[in-house]
Write a protein that binds this ligand. Sequence first.
Ligand SMILES: [Zn+2]
Length: 119
Amino acid sequence: MTAANTTQRLADYEKHYRELAAQLATIGLIHSGSVTRRYTRCATPGCKCHADPPQPHGPYYQWTAKINGKTVTRRLNETEAELYQEWIANDRRLRQLIQQMRQVAAKAAELKLKQAASQ
Ligand SMILES: [Zn+2]
């Protein structure tokens, strides 16, 4: 590989890296954990949740996260659940971007080290 080739590849990696970093800035609020939607059956005989076909109660939304090794849960209404789901999706996107940045940075670093060694 020629030196000019290496310089061009480095420039490409750095450009890609900057683009990913710029995307980070567009991410909205982030939140940890996950949201689950559940339907339940009660203990009341003759309730619709025991009918045939059953019509279970719900949906009930719950947010769950591990904080300092402890599982924390919170009941949510539908509006809250939608917000949490959006923030959690943002959090996932953030982690994906950082992962991509790490990959591009690793390739760029390798080229930079080669460049430094040949000087
Ligand atoms: Zn019921």
